[in-house]
Structure formats: C-alpha cells, structure tokens
Design a protein around this ligand. Structure first.
Ligand SMILES: Cc1cc2nc3c(=O)[nH]c(=O)nc-3n(C[C@H](O)[C@H](O)[C@H](O)COP(=O)(O)OP(=O)(O)OC[C@H]3O[C@@H](n4cnc5c(N)ncnc54)[C@H](O)[C@@H]3O)c2cc1C
Length: 295
C-alpha cells in the first residue's frame, strides 16, 4: 500500500467519462489492460487505496444514457441500468411490489451511505461469492446485457460468475443492463442474510427463496461456494410436498450442496450449519408469505 504522511494514498490515474456504450468500449480498448470501469467506486477505490489494484485509467460509466435508469412495464418485466444505485432499487415502488426479494437484498448492502453510491452492476462485477444482489438475481433468472469489443450479448446470470472475483466478462466488456423476466404467477420472496453484525458487513451465509403460486420454489445461496449458487436439489424436493418435514429435507439438501471456506468471518462448519437453518427459515417464511398474499 502506498503511504504519504502516515496515510494511504491513491497513485495517480487518468479519469475519463464515457457518454455512450460505444464510447465506453472504445475507451476500454484504448486503455488496454491498465483500464478499469468505474461505477459507484465503493469497492474499486477501496482496493486502489489498499494497493490491490493499480489501474492507470478509470472509465466512468455513469454518464451513459439509460445506465442509471430503472424501466418497469406491466407485462414486460423489469430492466435495471447497471449503474442504478442500490438505494434506488431498494426504494423503487414497482420493485418493492413485484420483485420484493431484490429490494430486500439491495437494502442489506453496507450502510445507507454505501448504498447511495454502490451500483447493482458493481455488485455483480465484483463477483464476490457474498455479493448480496446475486442470489436474488439467480432466483429471478435475470439476464445480464453487456457491451464489449465483440458487440453486445445477453448472459443468463447463472452463467455469469466463474469464481471469486471472476466473471465471463471479456476485457473491455461491461454490463449495461440487467433484465428480470416477468413472473407469470403470484410470488413471495424472502432474503435472509447472516453477518457478524446487523449491518455494514458481508454475509457469512445468505439465502434467497422465491415461492411461486403453482408450487415452484426457487432457492439460491450466497457466501458458501466460490460463486453464488442456485440449489436445484433442494428445489426439486419441494415440488410435490411443502410440509415441515419436507422443508427440513430441502434445507439439509442445501447444506449438502454448500462448499464454504473458513475465513475471518466464520468457520466452514458454522457456515454449513447456518446454511441449513437459514434455508429452512427462508422457505418457511416464503411459503407463509405466499399463502397470505393469495388470500
Ligand atoms: C463499508 C463497505 C461495506 C460493504 N458492504 C457490502 C455488503 O454488505 N454486501 C455486498 O454485497 N457488498 C458490500 N460492499 C461492496 C460494494 O459496496 C458493493 O459490491 C457495491 O455494489 C459495488 O458497486 P460499485 O458501483 O461501488 O462498484 P465499483 O467500486 O465502481 O466497481 C466494482 C468493480 O466492478 C467493476 N464494475 C463496476 N460496474 C461495472 C459494469 N457496469 N460493468 C463492468 N464492470 C463494472 C469495476 O471495474 C470494479 O472492478 C461493501 C463495501 C464497503 C466499502
């Protein structure tokens, strides 16, 4: 870490603002391996202060038209610009009503101040296994729209993460929007996050559970594998029966699927046990919420 006068300092870098998707790609090609995209900076600048990252050019994406917007149209799902702040997402009326699990997940990130800057795109491009919006995007089966040197593409979120800090994004490619398909039935979602403290900490375990009218239950886990994961085994157990015993079996299956590590936040065994507990609670709460919403 570079220090000056007893304090960590940022090394000099160039700062450029892209005004369009095309310009962002051009600037990224120009900057080469030394360039980095910038959204809210809540992760990138911390890493630059720490000396972990030393980009020579920061390409700010926030001036691109539409990248900070949220488009919701009845009957057509939801489209979120990658630079939308997590507070805007957590407070958006349409999201709170139709995609409430995403609003809950966004609201758990850091603090009010962090959420004012932090973007949904930055949260997934970090590719932290503990990124809070990722399990929510997995159960909503979101698609990630990108722009890059090879053009644009739509990537299912289930294929986006490769490992800690790694995504399928190619060099010079950035996320422009995140699309959530319209849900064809009534749903109720629950996001449960266990951290060392009640706020401003990454999760030890997180669980997103979406119960859909018609019997489908979708479950995703955060912080207990190299990437956020969907747990299909647990979901299939709940297809026909949803009594207490079956919910316990599904929670045990989630624990079986998890492959957590021990780190400063928690040990592996504790993470495994809490995966089971949180999954059981999330399923129970989501099913009860759906039953209440259907009345
Ligand atoms: C005190 C503190 C608490 C935190 N708590 C949490 C927490 O509880 N949960 C949690 O999940 N995270 C937490 N974080 C991490 C961070 O705030 C979030 O992940 C945030 O959403 C990152 O978004 P950003 O816009 O600030 O990203 P930036 O810092 O701007 O960028 C992060 C990375 O993503 C890349 N990037 C950003 N946008 C794009 C894009 N559109 N396309 C391609 N690449 C892009 C950047 O190049 C960089 O590598 C915390 C951070 C701090 C400092």
């Amino acid at each position: 870490m570079p220090w000056k006068g007893g304090r960590p300092v940022l090394l000099p870098f160039d700062y450029v603002r892209a005004r369009s998707n095309e310009e962002a790609v051009e600037l990224a090609i120009e900057a080469g391996q030394n360039g980095s995209f910038l959204a809210g900076g809540t992760d990138l600048l911390v890493r630059m202060y720490d000396g972990q990252l030393r980009p020579k050019t920061l390409i700010d994406l926030k001036d691109i038209e539409g990248i900070g917007g949220i488009r919701c149209q009845d009957g057509q799902g939801l489209s979120i610009g990658a630079a939308s702040s997590l507070n805007r997402i957590a407070r958006n009326d349409f999201i709170c009503k139709e995609y409430n699990l995403l609003a809950q997940a966004a609201h758990t990130v850091g603090s009010l101040q962090i959420r004012n800057r932090a973007s949904i795109g930055g949260n997934i491009c970090n590719a932290s296994p503990a990124a809070d919006v990722a399990p929510a995007l997995l159960v909503y089966e979101a698609e990630i729209e990108t722009w890059g040197p090879s053009g644009t593409r739509l990537i299912p979120v289930s294929e986006f993460f490769l490992g800690p800090g790694m995504t399928v994004l190619e060099h010079g490619e950035f996320v422009s929007k995140i699309h959530l398909p319209k849900l064809n039935s009534l749903s109720y979602g629950v996001y449960l996050k266990l951290g060392r403290t009640n706020s401003v900490d990454l999760s030890i375990v997180s669980v997103a559970c979406l119960a859909l009218f018609g019997g489908e239950v979708r479950i995703a886990l955060g912080a207990v594998a190299p990437t956020p994961i969907r747990v299909r085994e647990a979901e299939s157990i709940l297809l026909d029966r949803k009594d207490e015993e079956t919910i316990a079996l599904a929670a045990a299956a989630a624990k079986e699927t998890a492959v957590p590590i021990s780190d400063v936040r928690a040990g592996r065994e504790y993470r495994l046990d809490m995966t089971e507990v949180l999954t059981r609670n999330a399923i129970t709460q989501a099913l009860a919420g759906l039953a209440g919403a259907g009345r």
